[in-house]
Ligand binder design. Structure first.
Ligand code: BMP
Length: 250
């Protein structure tokens, strides 16, 4: 039998970080634990997808450096408007992996100026505790374990990475394919209803499995939504599957 988990409301009671609180509040208000990964290549596709899936998601995850025609005014301003319109947060999946000084520069400068618009970011913790100090005004989701076949994030690495994540005040949660302590929010990519892999190392589980086995908090779905014939219908489908799997795990 599956273990009981804390509900989003119970997690909200104890959450301290403002970004964690907003995520939980949004999940409860919109009855969704779905994060859509917008791994598309143009601003038009990004904005179109955000507008379509916006009502069904708690956050939109970007890889902003995939966008070929990035422009702060025509990419980010309308994206922020859509986030406000549909009440979702912006998660930049930058996976920082350097020393603190370099990460600080990558976070706030260059053409993307991530610190100007992202509500939260992903970061490796391989640079150690101090490397996360630069993410002062956002939440950090620490990469603890990866979904890909042959990942080097073995049990020993994950245990050490978890110590950094648990002790750093900027960290709100982790990306993992394993259950993590309930005071951290768990974000799980590698989720698909229809596929088990992509032939490039990605490994998928169903929403049911990641809620039952990992007690995850948020599912991250990319191609299952943006490659679907009807992304809005696909997002609604994943939203319902994710929410049902969550309530079944309570
Ligand atoms: P898809 O659902 O199309 O496989 O996309 C998964 C998304 O989640 C990608 O943006 C990928 O970068 C990200 N991701 C992942 O797949 N596995 C991880 O362990 C960590 C990730 O951020």
């Amino acid at each position: 039998e599956d273990k009981k988990r804390l509900s989003y409301a119970q997690k909200l009671d104890v959450a301290e970080h403002s970004v964690a609180r907003r995520l939980l509040e949004t999940a409860i208000a919109k009855q969704t634990n779905l994060i859509a990964s917008a791994d598309v290549m143009t601003t038009a596709e990004l904005l179109d997808l955000a507008d379509k899936v916006g009502p069904h998601i708690v956050a939109l995850k970007t890889h902003i450096d995939i966008i070929t025609d990035f422009d702060p005014d025509s990419t980010i301003l309308p994206l922020k408007d859509l986030a406000a319109k549909h009440n979702f947060m912006l998660m930049e999946d930058r996976k920082f992996a350097d020393i603190g000084n370099t990460q600080e520069l990558q976070f706030s400068y260059g053409i993307y100026k991530i610190s100007n618009w992202a509500d939260f970011v992903t970061s490796q913790v391989i640079g150690g505790y101090d490397s996360l100090n630069c993410f002062r005004n956002v939440g950090v989701v620490a990469i603890l374990g990866m979904s890909s076949k042959g990942t080097l994030t073995d049990a020993a690495y994950q245990a050490e990475a978890l110590k950094v994540a648990q002790s750093h005040p900027n960290v709100i949660g982790g990306v993992s394919q394993k259950q993590i302590p309930e005071e951290l929010l768990l974000f799980t990519p590698g989720v698909s209803i229809a596929e088990t892999g992509d032939g490039k190392g990605q490994q998928y589980n169903t929403p049911e499995k990641v809620f039952a086995d990992l007690q995850t908090d948020f599912i991250i779905v990319g191609r299952g939504i943006y490659k679907a014939d009807h992304p809005e219908a696909a997002a609604l489908n994943y939203k319902i599957a994710g929410w049902n799997a969550y309530t079944a795990s309570l």
